[in-house]
Write a protein that binds this ligand. Sequence first.
Ligand code: FAD
Length: 461
Amino acid sequence: MTTASSTTSPAIVWLRDDLRITDNPALTAAVEHGGPVVVLYLLDEESEGIRALGGASRWWLHHSLAALAHDLGELGVPLTLRRGAAAAVVPALVDEVGAGAVHWNRRYGLAAREVDAALKTALHDDGVDAHSHQGSLMFEPWTVQTGSGEPFKVFTPFWRACLSRPEPREPLPAPEQLTPLDEAPASDDLDSWQLLPTRPDWAAGLRDTWTPGEQAALDVLEEFATGHLADYGQRDVPSQEATSRLSPRLRWGEVSPFQVWHRMQSDLPAASREQAQGFLREVVWREFNHTVLFANPHLATKNYRPEFDEFPWEELPEADLERWRQGTTGIPLVDAGMRQLWTTGWMHNRVRMVTASFLVKNLLVDWRVGEQWFWDTLVDADEANNPANWQWTAGSGADAAPYFRVFNPELQASKFDGHRNYVREWVPEVDDESYPEPMVDLKQSRREALDAYETMRRTTA
Ligand code: FAD
């Protein structure tokens, strides 16, 4: 056993989707335990049902962990990296360091909840305190419900119910200092996890676009609050930097929604104050989607609306799917979005809707195929937001866009990219002869989509 310097036993804080020091209730609780603190990140690719991370997520995770290790080092403790099934690794570390308590912030996917619940029981049985905390959602699924105690299925009443609840708590300060063990527990070498791509190295665009880590996340929040928030009314224009780009930060918990919420409450320039509520409404969509996930654990694989089980999706030849993935469909706005995604790991929200709609409606491809591609390529790929938004676009989801409302990518482009700044940035050859003809006729494929929808409706009526 590694010995502790104080008489109080060490506490382990197990970080997961909360790679930050400030406003981290689990970390604060571990410090309040009074003894040394062991900070653990566990790469769990073994527990049943935990979805394997996509490539872009692995890239982000690597860099965010490196930043976290650095920041923790400044506070005097190392980041302990371990790999394996939580049910085995966490109790082993407890034994190794003689921990008296383990703290973590809650997760909301079913497999993760099952892992956490089983671990909590096992630790309690061994006489170890195990506590879960509220760090990743302001409105946990069981706290915001309809009058009859059901989860909300529609966003606007959910949002109103959130607003009628007590204000989310103030963010917690970062601990000033952390007490380490006398002898640091052994840790994996981050590089040995091979989270970064090597051959081919497709991450150059990600490196150019992002600086993962808590300090960068706080800087982005501050810059947005005092800058582009004022332009949030232009958030549907993909060539404008009018949105926060906080999504990977919230996904990885480099910043908490509590910090975002409270930053919007004070010290904003006048023009930004008007936009803050609209921005927070979007942040609460994230909370709504987690509520939907909590009530529908198989959101990434099952239609939320079961009548869509009868939808006559088409099997597209691999080469055609590849045109969508690589952005060579011949539809400029779709191609621009798919290339922005591939290059930077992020795509503007309006264009996410257009590219997703094109796949499920103009190409009649099952939304799960697109969800998987986004899962692999988005740096903000999220167990709740990704499937919920795909199902929203497909019409099969909670509070979804009706299937028969088919986005026309050309009209969307003329409305939101009238000067073609976005399309020209990502598809510089758009006006050249080399640019391909559209892979489908938009009008005809729209009609076919509506026919397919009618077929489903007749089958399920
Ligand atoms: P801002 O407009 O600045 O919004 C602030 C925050 O609010 C975001 O960071 C995000 O956390 C939240 N938010 C905004 N819009 C939504 C939304 N529609 N649903 C849920 N939360 C929202 N978002 C993800 O975080 N992860 C995903 O995996 C994801 N997949 C998507 C897939 C599709 C098909 C679509 C249409 C949307 C998806 N979104 C996803 C939602 C949205 O596109 C992104 O959250 C947004 O583009 C992030 O940019 P931003 O941080 O600048 O947004």
